[in-house]
Design a protein around this ligand. Structure first.
Ligand code: HEM
Length: 420
């Protein structure tokens, strides 16, 4: 038995050996060690709407089945996203979570602000961006080392997503690494290697606020353009935002488009190495790229959960949820629910309904950038296949280092070698 299967069977024994009420799926270690599967499987089978009375994030409900997650998502009147009720992640101690941003607002304000930034991903804008993204991706792949170990996360995923963000904001090019830093600072757990404290988080986000305020001031007095800052500065619904709300929305747009796409870029390489027959299918039929991209996003589930807060008492899934309770929708579990997805623990690049997954959420908050994320991933794989069509030419050399977080599900590093 390999080391990995021993760890997996240990996790299964642990998950099925403990009292149901003691299961705490918010423990970040489960995600860093990639041992979350059996805990969620047991909850789906035995207690799909589960109460955890004590965790490092306080008490919370877990919703683990696909159809129940959809029911929460489509009932924003009861299940609120508002920052002042508690926001959209389980981590309410995160100082960034108290910033007003439209992902953490309920209608009607949410709807108006969402509408302001949506044109950035309108089909005609995506068509314009496509050639820029393709050229950058091609240049980056052409510059990668061959027959030599390197880290896919830093050389490819971070580089490409940082450049994409700089384009969306029309951000000063040479300073673009700041965007990645601010994204990491926003979502990190203190002590996890990125920040040491909430004070440090807020201090760095204040630098972000100062930088973006200067860009706002330049653009509010200039002709409207097609970047996110100019769009917000010139729209009636956002031009009078308080500085704190501007920062909140900037942070949302930085984080939204960054870690998620980055970790899908890495997750795809890993999945194809774990399922080499799928790589063979892809090499034989590159038309499968777009359905594979959706499968990568399901398989990776770059955000493990979104959280809501109950605004009133409600009977849900046979349980009594009380006003003020924290309700966590575990996308990572819904995406592995066999009642919704056939053979969910297998990575299959030619599924009949590849976009049927929960990674982008559902309902009024469904990801604004989903088509842009898919476009970037499609282009990446088209350009990869042009250069390295043979299975396992991009070879994973070691298990990745995973992020310690119950929210961002991703990678710190993935050592690979391109074999030519
Ligand atoms: C919302 C996932 C890429 C911008 C969301 C939500 C999820 C998500 C789960 C919340 C949905 C809900 O609560 O129902 C992802 C994933 C991505 C991705 C998995 C990549 C694979 C992007 C990109 C952008 C973006 C590229 C930037 C343009 C946003 C924004 C929201 C959002 C602004 C808030 C929408 C709202 O509250 O109405 N995303 N996202 N995302 N995402 Fe993404």
């Amino acid at each position: 038995m390999t080391e990995m299967t021993v760890a997996a069977s240990d996790a299964t024994n642990a998950a099925y050996g403990m009292a149901l009420e003691d299961i705490d799926v918010s423990n970040p270690v489960l995600f860093r060690d990639n041992t979350w599967h059996p805990y969620f499987k047991r909850l789906r089978e035995e207690d799909p709407v589960h109460y955890c009375k004590s965790s490092m994030f306080g008490p919370y409900w877990s919703v683990t089945k696909y159809r129940d997650i959809m029911a929460v998502e489509t009932n924003p009147k009861v299940f609120s996203s508002e920052a002042k009720s508690g926001g959209i992640t389980i981590m309410d101690d995160n100082a960034a979570a108290s910033l007003p941003m439209f992902i953490a607002m309920d209608p009607p304000k949410h709807d108006v602000q969402r509408k302001t930034v949506s044109p950035i991903v309108a089909p005609e804008n995506l068509a314009t961006m496509e050639s820029v993204i393709r050229q950058r991706t091609a240049d980056l792949l052409d510059g990668l080392p061959i027959n030599e170990e390197f880290d896919w996360v830093h050389r490819v995923s971070i580089d490409l997503t940082t450049k994409m963000l700089a384009t969306l904001f029309d951000f000063p090019w040479d300073d673009r690494a700041k965007l990645t830093r601010w994204s990491d600072v926003t979502t990190a757990l203190p002590g996890g290697g990125i920040i040491d404290s909430e004070e440090q988080r807020m201090a760095e986000l204040m630098e972000c606020a100062t930088y973006f305020t200067e860009l706002w001031n330049q653009r509010v007095n200039a002709e409207p353009k097609n970047d996110l800052i100019s769009m917000m500065a010139h729209s009636e619904s956002t031009r009078h935002m308080a500085p704190e709300e501007y920062l909140g929305n900037v942070v949302l747009l930085i984080v939204g488009g960054n870690d998620t796409t980055r970790n899908s870029m890495t997750g795809g390489v890993l999945a194809l190495n774990e399922f080499p027959d799928e790589y063979r299918k892809l090499s034989a039929n590159p038309a499968l790229i777009s359905s594979m991209v959706s499968e990568i996003i399901r398989w990776q589930t770059p955000l493990s959960h979104m959280r809501r807060t109950a605004l009133e008492d409600i009977e849900f899934g046979g349980k009594h949820i009380r006003q003020g309770d924290k309700v966590v929708m575990w996308y990572v579990s819904g995406n592995r629910d066999p009642e919704a997805i056939d053979n969910p623990d297998t990575f299959i690049i030619d599924r009949a309904k590849p976009r049927q997954h929960l990674s982008f959420g559902f309902g009024i908050h469904r990801c604004v950038g989903n088509r842009l994320a898919e476009l970037q991933l499609n282009i990446l794989w088209e350009e990869i296949l042009k250069r390295w069509p043979d299975p396992l030419q991009i070879q994973v050399l070691q298990e990745p280092t995973r992020v310690l977080s119950p929210f961002v599900k991703g990678y710190e590093s993935l050592p690979v070698r391109i074999n030519a």
